[in-house]
Design a protein around this ligand. Structure first.
Ligand SMILES: C[S@@+](CC[C@H](N)C(=O)[O-])C[C@H]1O[C@@H](n2cnc3c(N)ncnc32)[C@H](O)[C@@H]1O
Length: 264
């Protein structure tokens, strides 16, 4: 099978019940990823903040924003079905909850804001969060630049862009283990930085793109975003790391948490 787009993958993806999730071989990894995201959110978001959860998926962070008592969250994702599920999860949140809006949009669109109608006139976000998704924007330099432009445009000066992304060097060196595989896609016409990513019970040969740190830094900096952190997950939190199988630990080690500050 050749790779297919993230949108197709995520629209098709099954929503597991709590009980089913607990039986998965990647259960501890999922929990650990959530602990990492929660720590990032708790560190960089404040009570009363306005937030853009960019590539929100099925709303994995809906509850984390509530626990942080933010004021408003704009949720967006390219996969319509995921945005719908995210909205359902939000509706099920107990009060008091933040205000929220839901938008289906591609973070690499030139005129970002399909969100425009939804976003505060001055685009004064305190935090933009992009968890496990920025790499999908790196298929071409233009897409990467647009995605980062959208983030920068949305943030107020002093605001933070936080997220988690595969580390290009580690992905390039990784082959496979029993739960995860990386294959470089030699098919004609595919971007040179494309690879097919498989993670058990998550994605199957989904086309993703390397995000070289120097390219990320240079592009972001040209748009007024200065990197403040680039951390292995173990430096974000060790909570739940002891429960990871050796294979899950290898997968967790493929990722980095990032923090950029909007400086102008
Ligand atoms: C691994 S999931 C992460 C979801 C969520 N952020 C989380 O941590 O639970 C990646 C998400 O990126 C979304 N995505 C991929 N390409 C995108 C794009 N160009 N614009 C917006 N969302 C995109 C997918 O639809 C998917 O929901």
């Amino acid at each position: 099978m050749s790779g297919s787009s993230a949108e197709q993958h995520y629209n098709r993806r099954e929503q597991f019940t709590k009980r089913k999730r607990a039986e998965l071989r990647t259960y501890a990894l999922r929990k650990y990823n959530n602990a990492v995201k929660r720590t990032l959110i708790n560190t960089y978001a404040k009570r009363g903040d306005t937030v853009w959860d960019n590539a929100c998926g099925k709303g994995g962070d809906v509850l984390k924003w509530r626990d942080k008592a933010v004021k408003r969250v704009y949720f967006s994702d390219i996969a319509e079905q995921s945005v719908r599920t995210c909205n359902e999860r939000y509706k099920e949140l107990a009060e008091p909850k933040y205000a929220a809006q839901f938008v289906v949009c591609d973070m690499t669109e030139a005129t970002p804001f399909a969100m425009a109608a939804a976003v505060d006139a001055a685009y004064q976000m305190d935090v933009v969060s992009c968890q496990f998704a920025l790499h999908y924007a790196f298929g071409t330099p233009k897409n990467a630049e647009r995605a980062l432009w959208n983030v920068s445009k949305a943030l107020k000066v002093g605001g933070f862009f936080i997220g988690t992304v595969p580390d290009a060097e580690r992905i390039a060196a990784f082959k496979s283990n029993s739960i995860c595989a990386v294959e470089f896609n030699k098919k004609k016409g595919t971007p040179p930085n494309a690879y097919l990513f498989t993670l058990e019970d998550a994605v199957d040969k989904c086309e993703e793109y390397l995000v070289p740190l120097n390219v990320l830094d240079t592009t972001a900096e040209s748009l007024g975003l200065k990197r403040r952190q680039w951390l292995p997950f173990s430096a974000v939190t060790t909570q739940g790391a002891d429960k990871l199988s050796p294979e899950e630990l290898e997968v967790a080690n493929l990722y980095r948490a990032f923090v950029f500050e909007k400086i102008r």
